[in-house]
Ligand binder design. Structure first.
Ligand code: GAP
Length: 513
């Protein structure tokens, strides 16, 4: 199946099976805002639990907080977001559509790469088995020409972005003859800076009201609580503070479903360390976070690091963990060595000392920070895209199955009476009443057993149990496994032992060790 088709199918599957709905759906939606449905919220909660427990339960020196979304407006001045949290935007005068200038140019860079790949694919077809791909890439004049164009554009673009030279960004768009995908014209406006923070007012009177912002990252809630947590928790460096919560950005280009949203959720951890140790800790957290992702079993080849060449002025190392989505490798998580920038800024703007007295060194310093920051929604999307499969069965039918890791699946067990009579529903409910304390169970009695299995496959339920007349006699049931579709006769009293461990977050955490 073409990757574009996979993505379209995932989006409609999410809606059809109660995972993700467009926000305000009956009012035709709201741009780049989404709601999680009955299955989506369970799966999202499982992802959050996997992250939270891997941070807070698995590390003695990491604790969690839950800070407010509204914060003192000076925080955003101190953090640099008021002045510098901008995207360069450009409008097409004919279509009246707005674009991010940097995204238009990045797409152009990607086009040169696509051209190279097409050339290589054509040559592979032409030369068959005798094709030496590496040699072709090194010697083909056409490939060399496209790569040279790509590199020149990349260099010019990086320079313009580093200097935030808006005129140059526009000139690149004109020189590269980039057209608006809607109007097909090159009738572009100037490039302008656009701040991504949403504003609102706090206070009831116009005079007394002050402008406050919806937080664009959860991290600042951690920085401004650093002292509170360090003192009340008697935390010793190195230690971390973790937080999960909503963040808001007025994204100009909001596309690709829940990949880029205006309201989204982050799982962030700031790890406070001694200055000078940051590059070692950066490597440690890179490894730890990659292991967390790969532990889900989606295959190491689907992940890669993308180290940043262009660093924010406060960072001395940064990388992204990218996952292979149907639309290419994309950032799911960022790991940043943020030096002591944030704490120093808050020290300066608040006038309060945020120093740490290190008893081992017998000196005070402003701690350095390694940040790990992952988007819940992007993580959700990567899990969905990887798990969605269409399988051709021996009887010629196709089944749609979400091969979710059992610990992430929204429903762990479906219990189905073979018929709606003869005491079978009561027996099925007895099983659920016993197991519902341990994991999420669903009762399903409508339609044929085959249809019920398909419904559960489509939401990724790893286990289904069928109650039949024999169950009333000997307390056994048929358990069916989602991935193999194999069935086994087992004792009802054995179900907990068979299922519980496999569907628990603990099982994932144990594999991390
Ligand atoms: N505190 C650092 C920070 O916020 P970021 O790279 O801007 O860094 C971190 O964001 C993560 O948040 C990203 O890797 C991504 O997973 C998620 N994220 C950022 N913007 C997003 C958006 N508009 N929609 C969904 N997820 C987003």
């Amino acid at each position: 199946m073409a990757q574009e088709d996979v993505f379209k199918k995932v989006v409609s599957h999410c809606k059809e099976y109660g995972f993700v709905f467009p926000s305000s759906d009956i009012y035709d939606g709201l741009g780049a805002v989404y709601d999680y449905g009955q299955n989506g919220v369970e799966m999202k909660n499982n992802i959050k639990q996997y992250w939270w427990q891997s941070m807070v339960l698995m590390h003695e020196n990491i604790v969690g907080i839950d800070s407010a979304i509204f914060m003192h407006p000076t925080i955003w001045k101190a953090s640099g977001h008021v002045d510098a949290f901008n995207d360069p935007l450009i409008d097409n005068r004919d279509s009246k559509k707005r674009y991010r200038a940097d995204v238009l140019i990045e797409e152009q860079i990607a086009k040169y790469e696509e051209k190279v790949e097409k050339e290589v694919a054509k040559a592979r077809k032409r030369f068959g088995d005798a094709f030496d791909e590496q040699k072709y890439r090194e010697t083909s004049p056409k490939v060399a020409e496209d790569l040279a164009k790509r590199d020149a554009l990349h260099e010019r673009y990086s320079k313009a972005m580093n200097a935030m030279d808006l005129d140059e960004l526009r000139q690149i768009i004109l020189d590269e003859e980039i057209v608006c995908p809607i109007s097909g014209t090159r009738n572009w406006t100037e490039v302008r800076q656009f701040n991504l923070m949403f504003k609102t007012e706090m206070g009831s009177t116009a005079d007394g009201a002050s402008t406050i912002y919806l937080r664009p990252e959860t991290a600042q809630g951690i920085f401004v609580n650093y002292l509170n947590v360090q003192k009340t928790g008697r935390m010793k460096i190195p230690f971390g503070i973790a937080q999960i919560g909503k963040a808001f950005r007025n994204e100009i280009v909001a596309r690709q479903f829940i990949f880029r949203m205006r309201e989204f959720e982050q799982m962030e951890m700031q790890f406070f360390i001694k200055p000078g140790t940051e590059l070692d800790w950066f490597q440690t957290w890179k490894k730890t976070r990659m292991a967390w992702h790969q532990n889900l079993g989606f295959g190491a080849e689907n992940y890669r690091f993308h180290d940043h060449e262009k660093l924010a002025h406060y960072a001395n190392a940064a990388t992204d963990i990218e996952f292979k989505m149907p639309f290419g490798f994309k950032e799911v998580e960022g790991i940043h060595s943020r030096t002591n920038f944030d704490l120093s800024q808050h020290e300066k703007f608040s006038g309060k000392s945020i120093k740490y007295f290190d008893p081992e060194l017998n000196e005070s310093y402003t701690p350095y920070v390694i940040e790990t920051s992952i988007g819940v929604d992007r993580m959700f999307l990567s899990v969905m895209c990887h798990s969605y499969q269409e399988e051709q069965l021996e009887n010629g039918e196709t089944r749609v199955v979400l091969k979710l890791p059992a610990a992430i699946a929204p429903v762990k067990l479906a219990v189905m009476p073979l018929t709606k009579k003869d005491g079978l529903p009561e027996k099925a409910r007895e099983i659920i009443d016993e197991l519902k304390f341990h994991f999420n169970c669903q009762y399903d009695e409508k339609d044929s057993i085959g249809k019920r299995y398909r419904r559960q496959d489509a939401i990724g339920t790893p286990y289904c149990v069928t109650v039949d007349h024999q169950s009333l006699e000997d307390n056994t049931v048929t358990i069916r496994f989602r991935d193999t579709m194999e069935q086994e006769r087992v004792n009802i009293s054995d179900l907990l032992g068979i299922i519980e461990d496999k569907v628990s977050i603990t099982s994932l955490l144990k594999k991390l060790k």
